[in-house]
Design a protein around this ligand. Sequence first.
Ligand code: COA
Ligand code: AMP
Length: 630
Amino acid sequence: MTYAEAYRESLDSPETFWGKAAEAIDWNKKWDLVLDSFNPPFYRWFQGGKLNTCYNAVDRHVERGRGDQDAIIYDSPVTDTVRKLTYRELQHRVSQTAGMLVDLGVKKGDTVLVYMPMIPEAAISMLACARIGAVHSVVFGGFAPRELAVRIDDAKPDVILTASCGIEVKKVIPYKPLLDEAIEIASYKPTKCVIYQRPMAKAEMKAGRDFDWEEIEAAAKPAECVTVEATDPLYILYTSGTTGKPKGVVRDNGGHAVALMWSMKHIYNINPGDVYWAASDVGWVVGHSYIVYAPLFIGATTILFEGKPVGTPDPGAFWRVISEHKVKALFTAPTAIRAIKREDPKGLFLEKYDLSQFETLFLAGERLDPDTYFWGTDLLKKPVIDHWWQTETAWAIAGNFRGLEFFPTKPGSATMPMPGYNIKILDPTTAQELGPNQNGVITVKLPLPPANLPTLWNDDKRFVESYMSPFPGYYLTGDGGYMDEDGYVFVMGRIDDVINVAGHRLSTGGMEEVLARHPDVAECAVVGVADNLKGQVPVGFIVLKAGVTKPKDDIVNEVIQMVRSDIGAVASFKKAVVVNRLPKTRSGKVLRGTMRKIADKEEYSVPSTIDDPVTLDEIGSALKTIGYAE
Ligand code: COA
Ligand code: AMP
């Protein structure tokens, strides 16, 4: 099949296209309907079908002769460990952990929160939940207690799975105090916490609430896979929206398994037995889809890497892992490649390793700038593929294919729409479809393909308002860009208050809510400005209340510390300035877009609706004091 045939069929007859793809999954009962479109914009895939996600990821491979093949290779330069789990060992650990959850009272449909560093138990927790039909909600380990508390209050888990610590290069970060503080802040109180004790930091246990993971896992009776509906939720993954309240993206079981399985072969060219590596974190969607589920669905070996592209111990870390474990495809964020390039611009560390079995570097999470694309391609002499996707979609919306048809690359473009994604560029004011090379809002004509979010957790209203009502009949991606005359997709950046910092999705609105809590701050704005390493970093602008006498530098340092402790170090909020006024339109809208352009030294026009143009000059001068707009 050519790409054109696949794409056409996926749009003209989604039932045929995805019905065929679904044959690669093991079903306990076949579906009644491939696509239920009776209640738009709430579409459901594989209505009536029954399956178990964990069975498809683990058990079926053991039953079919892959029991002794590595399922997970845990490579942890920060603890100097390489540990391998075969599919049989993984099945054992997952069944025991699932049994442990059953003993703790977890039933099908219950939520379980997972707050874990990059250790095998993170993947095991997710699979164990899937095994018994519980809904996991993984929270990225870099988030601070307040962020964790917001997620506890929304997901309402009775059980939390965590570890005693994470390790950031050389820093040991005890997780237990963060968890205790989060539970203290949250209104909903989970009753049981299971702690995986790591030797670098032993957690203090709270009698009656906290359990030692290894002890209760060993004592548990193994649990079998339960049958769930294709449309039952597999997980919730919170992602940043435009406010401080994150969106609980829901993933189903059936559509998710089908689309991810299809992607492994056709996008990544991964077959059973191959080694695949997504150098991300289980806390992000890339980690869910491509560290855990997709490689296991297809019977590949997945790498779980507890380290960084640089500093663990050097910028050759990625090349070492690829060569040592015979990785066929690596998926990471452009920022990781920029970090390597910064420390090893000539790529000398690569010379030490044999990468002959390595086929493709896949990048996503932020726009792949042409400089990074060329550097990676020249160094590796292998295809470097940019592909564009979101937490909401679980897999790529646009990309290139190593297992279907490989298109010539255009630097700056994520290449072609994936099957099932009817991408349309719309004019933001008239909602008219725009032609080639015209910049607009990127949308996807409904229905979205399998694995895409069916709704937001307990919030159909916000699902409709955020994604579906702005342009009825289309899903609003939140990104802007264009398609050229050959159908290549160019994603130019977010059109809302979401920013991408080192591939981590964050809300500037959420940071503004933190700044506004400072007693001396009257008004504030946070914008994402360009950064050579991280792609974007947030910069804060604060207006002080009248009569404040405290030194401005102290206030700036305090708000920086507040973002660090309320959201997390991962926000990389390190710069803020005090200004007299924020630039606004006459109707009071803060001109964040114009502020960003000033910081990035892009051309901008003074909006005709501005209430006082002088404020823009003041913003420019303030930015110069912190090294921007110069
Ligand atoms: N737990 C606790 N803290 C964490 C954390 C975690 N899981 N992850 C990051 N942090 C902390 C870091 O220690 C750092 O703290 P510091 O300010 O005290 O130094 C801060 O959050 C910022 O971290 P990071 O964004 O990772 O920046 P860095 O300067 O340490 O490293 C890169 C820069 C480019 C090497 C790193 O961001 C990276 O590897 N990025 C790839 C990201 C990625 O794969 N994203 C997934 C999308 S596909
Ligand atoms: P997340 O939900 O964390 O995966 O972040 C999704 C957002 O990251 C998208 O809406 C884009 O803004 C950005 N993004 C991801 N991949 C790409 C890409 N290949 N090119 C441009 N932007 C990207």
